[in-house]
Design a binder for this molecule. Structure first.
Ligand code: CMC
Length: 392
């Protein structure tokens, strides 16, 4: 019954109009509001990219100052949320904590949930962008048993996050400009990526008129999976498992084996059938960070580069157009910066929040907006008579 297009995985279904992000997967091009990601990564900063995604244009100096001030105004969490954190087992995965705490914001900020008021939508968006680093850093602090560190509004977005994560009462974390710049660039590279699974989840959740904080929690849940944002964590676990360059061939063979479920994590993409432009910037940033930290011959980087070299020459990967994606090199940088593997996807969620809220706002502004409601091809039984329990 019905006349539907059957498209599992939505490989060829456009779910919306959007003016935010453009991807040409064959050419390996990614642009936000018409600006190439490479240029944004080289010349812009995360606050500017946030403004661009949310508002459609790069800010003037004045607009940027106001925007940064407005964001920093919201960096603190309600003090009562600390109790909410303490309710988690301390060995909880930080992504589980993120899903819970961000969802719980909906119970704290009632005033910014009038989703029909564009101003209140912006307030909710600013709150989310501002509070994500605080929540992410607290998730980390809680897992290592250190006291929570409050935000510092005199620092940049990336610097403040590094401070809240790595400072302890006994010693303030010394922020190197190169490291802060690398952190900021990682945020830029993850800021938005059009209708990926988590963004589509946020839009679908939001399409019913749901609370924005709850919608973002839904996005975080979706991002967690290893086929999506969880891949950055999975890459490092994989590199650790491979262990040394002489075992690369063995794992390439496993990835190619149809009977083996193993996949090369950080490789392949639904849309990119070419080198992911974000992966290139990430690789350069990786070298910069390791140089700055004086890490020579990092075995993980060597291993990753060898894995990439062999995969890119392999017929299987060439034929299937499998290239490194954004997650391939990010883990190596994050590890060098001192983040435990379990925090990698949290950082992705932090940075992607602006994309989620920008897309949510765009949807809410769309006069043709409808609840998202896919159809199905029913494959179950036709009508049959009910059988009483004693006759089954
Ligand atoms: N290693 C080995 N084979 C692969 C891989 C891989 N990483 N990725 C895809 N293939 C094969 C796959 O087996 C399939 O082969 P066949 O046509 O013979 O059945 C073919 O390539 C197409 O794969 P698919 O799963 O149908 O493609 P998809 O568009 O549904 O999946 C993907 C895209 C990203 C989920 C997938 O490439 C994958 O699982 N990659 C590893 C996880 C990963 O790195 N994810 C991060 C994605 S990028 C950013 C993000 O979202 O975080």
């Amino acid at each position: 019954t019905g006349h539907f297009t059957y498209d599992p995985g939505f490989t060829s279904t456009a779910s919306c109009d959007s003016a935010i992000t453009y991807i040409d997967g064959d050419q390996g091009v990614l642009m936000h509001r018409g600006y190439k990601i490479e240029e944004l990564a080289a010349s812009s900063d995360y606050m500017e990219v946030c403004y661009l995604l949310l508002k459609g244009e790069l800010p003037t100096e004045e607009e940027k100052t106001k925007f940064s001030t407005d964001i920093t105004y919201h960096t603190m969490l309600h003090e009562q949320l600390i109790q909410f954190f303490r309710g988690f087992r301390r060995d909880a995965h930080p992504m589980a904590v993120m899903v819970g705490v961000v969802g719980a914001l909906s119970a704290f900020y009632h005033d910014s949930t009038d989703i029909n008021d564009p101003h209140q939508r912006m307030v909710a968006s600013y709150r989310l962008i501002a509070k994500m680093p605080t929540i992410a850093a607290m998730a980390y602090k809680y897992s290592v048993g250190q006291p929570f560190v409050y935000p510092r509004n005199d620092l940049s977005y990336a610097e403040n996050f590094l401070h809240m994560t790595f400072s302890v009462p006994a010693e303030e974390y010394k922020i190197s400009p190169t490291i802060a710049r690398a952190m900021d660039r990682i945020f830029i590279l993850h800021a938005d990526h059009e209708q990926n699974a988590s963004t589509s989840t946020v839009r679908l959740a939001g399409s019913s008129g749901a609370n924005p904080f709850a919608c973002i929690a839904a996005g975080i849940a979706c991002l967690w999976g290893p086929a999506h944002g969880g891949a950055n964590e999975a890459v490092l676990t994989m590199l650790e498992e491979i262990g040394s360059v002489d075992r690369v061939q063995e794992f390439i063979a496993k990835a190619k084996d149809k009977n083996d479920p193993f996949r090369l994590m950080g490789f392949g993409h639904r849309v990119y059938k070419n080198y992911d432009p974000r992966a290139k910037v990430m690789q350069e940033t990786c070298h910069e960070v390791l140089d700055e930290l004086g890490i020579k011959d990092e075995p993980m980087l060597k291993l990753a580069m060898e894995l990439e070299r062999i995969a890119l020459e392999d017929e299987y990967f060439i034929e299937k157009k499998l290239f490194p994606n954004v997650d391939f090199y990010s883990g190596i940088i994050l590890k060098a910066l001192g983040f435990p593997t379990s925090m990698f996807t949290v950082l992705f969620a932090l940075a992607r929040t602006v994309g989620w809220v920008a897309q949510w706002n765009e949807m809410m502004e769309d006069p043709g907006q409808k609840i998202g409601r896919p159809r199905q091809l029913y494959t179950g039984y036709a009508e049959r008579p009910f059988v009483p329990i004693n006759k089954r």
